[in-house]
Design a protein around this ligand. Structure first.
Ligand code: NDP
Length: 246
């Protein structure tokens, strides 16, 4: 028996990148896992197969995080089809960067819809299903804490909002034994931010460790926060950033 045996998790944006790493780690630790995707159907199916190969149940749900009704339905479907919901991981995110006078209203609305409104809506829907021991874990960003380059104001704003959501929900749901935390990854090797990308060396140079994370590095902390061992951690912002913000 592993630490998350009998638990059901939902990971938004779980088809690839950090989300896929989290989905697989939670499954390795014993959880059944639902994941949402917007367009990566093939990659979602691959994650489902890998979760099932671990002997866990898996469910892939196409749900655009920009659509609040789809987000709510994904949460409700997870609880209905997998029988319960114990762990919500708000991972899906968009990274739209540019000078403040060049990004338009479309970029503003998309960023707020996916990075801020969706985690709120998912948490609101999840709160109706979570019981004692429930977990809400959101994925923020190192640049929510330290905006090192020009062009990050919109993205940083959206990720900083998750700290407020986390603290507020921690207070609200604490009496029910539900913890709510924010994990801020540092530069992590994914399609969005490849470790061999044109700016990667400069970005890695901002960390104390001088290198990128792997999705598994972020997933390990999320998995810990999901366990009973982390029952007294709530309202916390945990930087898993290789010292980027140190
Ligand atoms: P990827 O680009 O590798 O993956 C993004 C994921 O988000 C995909 O699964 C994608 O699904 C999903 N997604 C994006 N938009 C939507 C949407 N509208 N509806 C549903 N799903 C959506 O990104 P990362 O793995 O790098 O990022 C994951 C999280 O980590 C994000 O919140 C990001 O902001 C954060 N982060 C990443 C860092 C990094 O260096 N990589 C650093 C700090 C934070 P699909 O493919 O189906 O569209």
């Amino acid at each position: 028996m592993t630490t998350l045996t009998g638990k059901v998790a939902l990971v938004t944006g779980g088809a690839r990148g950090i989300g896929a790493g989290i989905a697989l780690r939670l499954a390795q630790d014993g959880a059944d896992v639902a994941l949402t995707y917007r367009q990566s159907a093939d990659q979602a199916a691959t994650v489902v197969r890998r979760v099932e190969a671990l002997g866990r149940r898996a469910l892939a749900i196409q749900a655009d995080s920009a659509d609040p009704a789809a987000v709510q339905e994904a949460v409700d479907r997870t609880a209905a089809e997998l029988g319960r919901l114990d762990i919500l991981v708000n991972n899906a995110g968009v990274f739209l960067v540019g000078a403040v006078d060049q990004l338009g209203t479309d970029e503003l609305e998309r960023t707020l819809a996916v990075n801020v409104r969706a985690p709120y809506v998912a948490a609101r829907a999840a709160a109706r299903h979570l019981g004692d021991g429930g977990r809400i874990i959101s994925i923020g960003s190192n640049v929510g804490e330290r905006a090192v380059f020009p062009g990050l104001s919109l993205y940083s704003m959206s990720k900083t909002a998750l700290a407020g959501l986390t603290r507020g929900l921690a207070r609200e749901l604490g009496p029910r034994g539900i913890t709510v935390n924010l994990v801020n990854p540092g530069p992590t090797d994914t399609d969005t931010n490849p470790a061999d990308g044109p700016n990667a060396a400069a970005i890695a140079g901002f960390t104390a460790l001088g290198r990128y994370a792997r999705p598994a590095d972020i997933a390990a902390t999320v998995a810990h926060l999901a366990t009973p061992d982390a029952a007294y951690v709530t309202g916390a912002v945990v930087n898993v950033d290789g010292g980027f913000t140190s």
